[in-house]
Ligand binder design. Structure first.
Ligand code: AP5
Length: 214
């Protein structure tokens, strides 16, 4: 399986990628996680990209492509979460796929209205121990520390101002990619306002319909 997950911030790309990866063994490649890990490492690159992340701006394309490329090369079954995010990254992805003679099974667009997304992101918590994503109300962290010891923290960029800014960039730069993939006949649109397990089932069913092994 090789799929791209598109969708606005809070639509559930990370949540769905983690679940499908656990269920199928496909590698979950999240450029947002790569960015946060680099920042946490305290490296020079991490310091350079921290301001972009905290403001909710996109990190420059050439930096993101260099960061994610090795992960793409090392697995044949993967779910891309947060990449590509604009036309230039979509073209870079096509080029990388051509180099390894691989194609995309589907581009899955998770659809949800902005107001719901702000509410979801305000309640998001991520486990520092496992990286698992939760929501205080819709998908609370487990009470059993054996399952996930936490702590469960809020992301730096989950402030309302940064969320609205990220959504604006999404509508301007990322949403047009739906046409890019629709023109190739591989766009699948999924209603992301449904409960988490139903969204997972719909993605798997839709990708199977495209011939992708999920
Ligand atoms: P990134 O980490 O990709 O953040 P994002 O795009 O803002 O997306 P989110 O992680 O906020 O949303 P999500 O759709 O994954 O939602 P989630 O599953 O967590 O990027 C962060 C930053 O890195 C960027 O701003 C940029 O600076 C940089 N970056 C990353 N990629 C880049 C690129 N390609 N180019 C340039 N820069 C890049 O779910 C959200 C919440 O909702 C959770 O609490 C979850 O539990 C809950 N939830 C999910 N689904 C449901 C549901 N169906 N019902 C109820 N609750 C749900």
């Amino acid at each position: 399986m090789r799929i791209v997950l598109l969708g606005p911030q809070g639509a559930g790309k990370g949540t769905q990628a983690q679940r499908i990866s656990r269920e199928t063994g496909a590698k979950h490649i999240s450029t947002g996680d790569l960015v946060r890990a680099e920042i946490k490492s305290g490296s020079e690159l991490g310091q350079t990209i921290k301001d972009y992340n905290d403001r909710g701006d996109l990190v420059p394309d050439e930096i993101i492509v260099e960061m994610m490329k090795p992960y793409l090369d090392e697995a044949d079954s993967w779910i891309l979460d947060g990449f590509p995010r604009n036309g230039s990254q979509a073209e870079a992805l096509d080029k990388m796929l051509a180099e390894i003679s691989a194609g995309l099974d589907a581009a899955v667009a998770l659809e949800a209205p902005d107001d719901l997304l702000v509410e979801r992101l305000s309640g998001r918590r991520t486990s520092e121990a496992t990286g698992n994503i939760y929501h205080v109300e819709y998908d609370p962290p487990p009470g059993d520390p054996e399952e996930d010891p936490g702590p469960f923290v809020q992301r730096e960029d989950d402030r309302e101002e940064a969320i609205r800014h990220r959504l604006k960039i999404y509508h301007e730069q990322t949403e047009p990619l739906k046409h890019y993939y629709a023109d190739r006949g591989i766009l699948v649109q999924v209603d992301a306002t449904q409960p988490i397990t139903e969204v997972t089932a719909e993605i798997r069913e839709a990708v199977e319909g495209t011939g992708g092994r999920v």
